[in-house]
Every structure is written in C-alpha cells, then in structure tokens.
Design a protein around this ligand. Structure first.
Ligand code: FAD
Length: 401
C-alpha cells in the first residue's frame, strides 16, 4: 500500500472513531461553533469534536507544526478534506482568522508574529474580525480614513469601521488604517492588528433584514496599538489587503461545500413541496430547479478540479473572484427558485403555522443577498475579473474591494 493510501485508511478510521454521529449532519446556522475566547457549545458532541480536531492540529491541517498546524502536505490535506466530505463531517469550528489572516501571516508575517499569533489561532482560542469597510469606503476601499499615528513604539488609532461581522464577539481585528494621509490614497495604508478589548474600542450592533444582527460598527478613540502588531511594512498595506481578499474570496467560494451558512437541498425540497408538477407553470418551475441544481453540481466539480490544479502548483488566486461571484449568485438564484416552489410557505416569519425549516428558509433567502455583497459586491467582482483575469483595459479609475 502506498504512503498516501495508508494515510487515507488511517484518517478514515480516525474520523469514524472520533467524529460523533450528530456531527455528521447538515449544520444549522445556530449550531456553528465560532472559535475564540467566548467559544460556546450547544452539545457535548460539539465540544468533543472541537477538542479532538484541535488536539490533532486539524483546524489548520496544512500549516507547519511549529505554527500550530499538523504539517500535512498538499496531498494529505486533500485526502483529509475528501474523507471529511465523505462522512459529511461538520467543520469543527469557524474562524475568520484561519481563513484569511492566518494564510497571509504565513506568507508575509514576521517570524515573531507567526510564533505569537498563529498557534493560538490554530487552537481556536482567538476570534478574529475584519476591519476593512468604513462608512465612506466599501467598494472604494482605498478611501478609508481611520487614522493610525505612529508615536515611538506604538500607534494611536482614531476612526470607525462598519459592517464588521461579529465585531462585538471578536477578540482581535485585522484592520486597514491610514498611516500617511499625505500620500496617494493606495500608498498611505497599513495593516494593523488591534485588540478588541483595548481601551478606546467600542462596538454598536446593526440590525439586519434577516432578523439577526451579525454586524457592528466599531469605533476607535485614541486606541494604543503596539508597533509589533503592524503586518508588513509601514504604508505598504494595500498589497496585503488585496492578497487577504483573495483568501476571503477563496473561503467564500467554499461556503456551499462546508454547508455554510445555509444548507437547503433544492431537489429534496422540490420533491417535498412539488412532487407532481401540474400544468405548464409548475413544469417550467421544475425545469428551472433542475437547471439550478445542475449548475450547482457543475460548480462543485469545477471547484474540485481547481483545488487539484492548485495543489499541483497552479496559482489560481485571481480566479477566486470568479468562484465567489458564481457561487454567491447561484445561491441567490437557488433561493429564488425555492421561494417559487414553496410559495407562501417560504414567507413565514414568526407564525406558529410555519415549520422551522420554512422559517429558516425565509431568513436564508434574505441572507443570500448579503453574500453577493460581502467580500466585495458582484459588480466589483466583475471589474476584478475583467482587469486581473481577462486583462481587459480599464474603463474608469479607482481600485475596488
Ligand atoms: C454579509 C456581509 C458581511 C460583511 N462583513 C464585513 C466585515 O466583516 N468587515 C468589513 O470590513 N466589511 C464587511 N462587509 C462589507 C462589505 O465588504 C461591503 O458592503 C462591500 O465591500 C460593498 O461596500 P458598500 O456596502 O460600501 O457599498 P458601495 O461600495 O457603496 O456600493 C454600492 C453599490 O454600488 C456598486 N458599485 C460600487 N462601486 C462600483 C464599481 N466601481 N463598479 C460597478 N459597481 C459599483 C456596488 O456593487 C453596490 O451595488 C460585509 C458585507 C456583508 C453584506
């Protein structure tokens, strides 16, 4: 038996023995485990699964051992991913740090930063949030105004960030700040790591149409940040931000695969609510649903092919804008179809005559719009694809998130 086959057998056996049955089911949004100092579990199985994966270093299986990973090579990491998918294992924890900042630090952090920040991140002890957008800097991110003044060994930060997902529950933020207000706007930006418990940081929740607030506005009032928390060079944060956004889009394009944040199976709902289509309109709806599922399947296959190509050394970073765009637009279309299939049953809010699944679907439909904006809107993804993937000439000026 080859080494990789032996690894597959060992991994399969370990997962069979260690992933509790209840952690092999689709994960509703309220059962997502977010790592961090305030980690919460709704069941003993969740805790066990979290702790077992953490102790094996499998929150970040392909990170080097000295930074908290388990040092798997690309082939082994792919086997682990495939075996988890085969068993339908839930992700043991969700953590923006691991998805976005961690990979960036591995590439651009100093040795001291990697040793200080990565191991606690890889153990799920620190929850990170992203401080990029501001009230007047979303798509046009380089217009951000939050100031950080360098005073000997620390920065003093003043300003505000908006749409910060889970800002009120996070321990640390990776933030873009303006460190040179006189430089051209892309050149005066730095990437700074800010302790959300520091004096002068405050948060205010923002309510969403979906009925739940995951957003915050975050305010900085004379917040002191040690210089060691500057990532990369001073005023050279824009290139890092663009790289981090590639990691974000990559993670977002995988939402479907790891059952985040909505897990509604189109075809089984179709069978449940419209088992025998009557008349032309219902038959047309059936066809639309099937086309939608086929496109979803084609996306999943493309995603796997791309993962293989990247493991073989191809750089697919710029293609992540395509994957994010397609996936978020597909999800939105899926919920539009489901809305037509369920009719009024998909418009429940708090009435007792709706099932839990129907109520969850209404919220997920509303949430699907947000995914086409988060991480850069669909229009902005089209601009990125035109510029960086297709190499088309620029029609207008301005960099966009
Ligand atoms: C669910 C969710 C989670 C988020 N989480 C975070 C987070 O954790 N941290 C964070 O920093 N931000 C977060 N955001 C904010 C997100 O990054 C911004 O909303 C996004 O970049 C768009 O910026 P904006 O809202 O200011 O819209 P605007 O930039 O004002 O855009 C408004 C409209 O104009 C269009 N538009 C703008 N510029 C162009 C252009 N050049 N060409 C064509 N069309 C254009 C946009 O597509 C959009 O339709 C989140 C957003 C969502 C929805």
């Amino acid at each position: 038996m080859s080494d990789i086959e032996a690894f597959r057998c060992e991994t399969r056996a370990w997962l069979e023995a260690n992933c509790p049955e209840s952690m092999r089911t689709p994960m509703p949004e309220n059962e997502m485990v977010w790592g961090g100092s305030q980690v919460e579990f709704v069941s003993q199985d969740q805790r066990l699964w979290f702790e077992r994966m953490r102790d094996r270093g499998w929150f970040c299986p392909d990170w080097p051992i000295e930074y908290g990973g388990s040092g798997l090579n690309a082939e082994e990491a792919a086997v682990l991913e495939a075996e988890m998918r085969r068993l339908r294992c839930r992700p043991p924890q969700i953590n923006l740090g691991i998805w976005m900042l961690g990979p960036l630090l591995l590439e651009h952090g100093s040795e001291e930063q990697k040793r200080r920040l990565l191991p606690p991140m890889a153990r799920g002890e620190v929850r990170w949030c992203q401080g990029f957008s501001e009230p007047n800097a979303g798509s046009d991110l380089a217009s951000l105004r939050t100031r950080a003044r360098l005073e000997s060994d620390h920065f003093v930060v003043d300003g505000t960030k908006i749409w910060t997902s889970y800002g009120d529950k996070s321990d640390w933020m990776y933030a873009l700040v303006r460190t040179d207000p006189d430089a051209p706007k892309h050149q005066g930006i730095s990437l700074l790591l800010i302790d959300m418990h520091a004096e002068g940081v405050s948060t205010a929740p923002i309510d969403l149409i979906g009925g739940k607030s995951s957003f915050c506005q975050v305010f900085f009032d004379g917040v002191r940040v040690a210089r060691e928390n500057l990532v990369g060079e001073l005023n050279a944060g824009w290139a890092l931000a663009k790289r981090l956004l590639q990691h974000e889009r990559r993670a977002m394009s995988k939402f479907g695969e790891i059952s985040l944040p909505t897990h509604f199976d189109l075809l089984s709902l179709l069978r449940e609510y419209l088992p025998e289509p009557q008349g032309r309109a219902e038959q047309a709806l059936h066809l639309r649903a099937i086309r939608c599922r086929m496109e979803e399947h084609a996306f999943e296959l493309t995603q796997r092919r791309m993962a293989e190509e990247m493991r073989a050394g191809q750089d697919g970073s710029d293609l992540m804008a395509i994957m994010k765009l397609v996936h978020s637009e597909q999800e939105k279309e899926k919920f539009e179809v489901l809305l037509d299939v369920l009719g009024l049953r998909a418009l429940g809010w708090e009435e007792s005559s709706f099932t839990d699944q129907e109520l969850a679907l209404t919220r997920a439909w509303l949430g699907s719009f947000a995914q086409t904006i988060a991480g850069g809107s669909s229009e902005v993804q089209l601009n990125v694809i035109a510029k960086r993937v297709l190499g088309l000439p620029e029609a207008g000026k301005g960099e966009a998130k």
